[in-house]
Design a protein around this ligand. Structure first.
Ligand SMILES: [Zn+2]
Length: 328
């Protein structure tokens, strides 16, 4: 179903069956010759049907459209290979484009080694990665990407969007800001009903630090309407940014208080943190949700490690353990 939000700007909610995210918001800006479609949905039949029928309602032909993908995750990028015509531009942030171009099998092997090093049990890891939507529903064909950078502009109809790099949720995450309309299409950078997942998947990054910097970077934009990648459209932009920063501060404090009990690996720490999900205990979490939580805990530990507040102890059988570093 499509919904007109502003003149020639529509939202289509593409359902994500079985995901707590419920749906991906695909935004459609209708132009005269070509239209722009921002984000798509998983590469599976029910998503395709929903998006194509929504586009029909808006009077947009997906073969006469260009695509802007806020970030590489399969719930945003998955369907684009099934939709984009030969002449279509597929805009993609440069850093995510680089990852998308690297071979997928290498990516998943690295993830496995990394998770085992931080205590994720092997049998659960297999289940978590086997059912991972990023693995099952990503784009099949290799795409000819139009790489975007901070400050690039994209014009469509009456809209002139400025591309803003917002690393954090992914390393190459991009948002679109339309200053004259005061709208901000922000992918998974800012969500209102849920908090965006900030996850660490390789040692050389500090995604939580990047994310908090990206929140500060966009705080002063003059925004009246926020169009996020999932759930509700909302208005109180600055308030939500402040809440997200506070949320991460609370989590950082929680990790420190867990480490006061003594050295632990990341999987053990994750199991004691507070997660906003409807399962009574950690043991009942499906492996895929344990995986997301684990990545998020990892991101918080990396942040604290770089701040000098936690440290690593000698590894036990290849698994890394963390300790609190006291101020004294
Ligand atoms: Zn995402």
């Amino acid at each position: 179903m499509s919904e007109e939000i502003l003149s020639n700007l529509y939202r289509i909610a593409v359902p994500l069956p079985g995901s707590p995210l419920k749906a991906t918001n695909s935004y459609v800006i209708k132009g005269i010759e070509r239209s722009l479609i921002v984000d798509t949905g998983w590469n599976r039949e029910d998503c395709l049907t929903a998006l194509v029928s929504g586009l029909k309602e808006c009077g947009v032909d997906y073969r006469q459209a260009d695509y802007f993908i806020t970030h590489m995750h399969a719930d945003h990028s998955g369907l684009v290979s099934a939709l984009a015509g030969e002449e279509a531009k597929v805009y993609f942030g440069w850093a995510d484009a680089q990852i998308t171009r690297s071979t997928a099998s290498e990516h998943w092997e690295d993830q496995t080694d990394f998770a085992q090093k931080h205590g994720f049990p092997g049998d659960e890891l297999e289940k978590a990665l086997g059912s991972h939507p990023g693995r099952r529903y990503s784009s099949r064909a290799s795409l000819n990407l139009s790489v975007t950078k901070d400050g690039d502009t994209i014009s469509i109809g009456d809209y002139v969007f400025k591309c803003i790099e917002t690393p954090g949720h992914t390393v190459g995450h991009m948002c679109l800001y339309e200053p004259s309309k005061k709208i901000f299409i922000c992918g998974d950078h800012i969500l209102v009903d849920i908090t965006p997942n900030i996850t660490l998947s390789s040692e050389d990054r500090n995604p939580l630090k990047e994310y908090l910097m990206s929140l500060d970077k966009v705080y002063d934009l003059d925004v009246e309407l926020v169009l996020p990648g999932h759930r509700s459209i909302f208005r109180d932009y600055k308030k939500r940014i402040r809440e997200l920063k506070q949320h991460h501060q609370t989590r950082l404090n929680e990790v420190i208080s867990i480490l006061k009990k003594g050295k632990q690996n990341v999987f053990q720490i994750t199991s004691q943190m507070t997660w906003d999900i409807n399962y009574r205990s950690w043991d009942l979490f499906p492996p895929s949700q344990k995986w997301f939580a684990f990545g998020e805990a990892m991101a918080h530990l990396k942040y604290l490690e770089e701040e000098g507040k936690v440290g690593r102890e000698a590894q036990e059988r290849g698994v890394v353990f963390y300790i609190e570093v006291s101020d004294a």
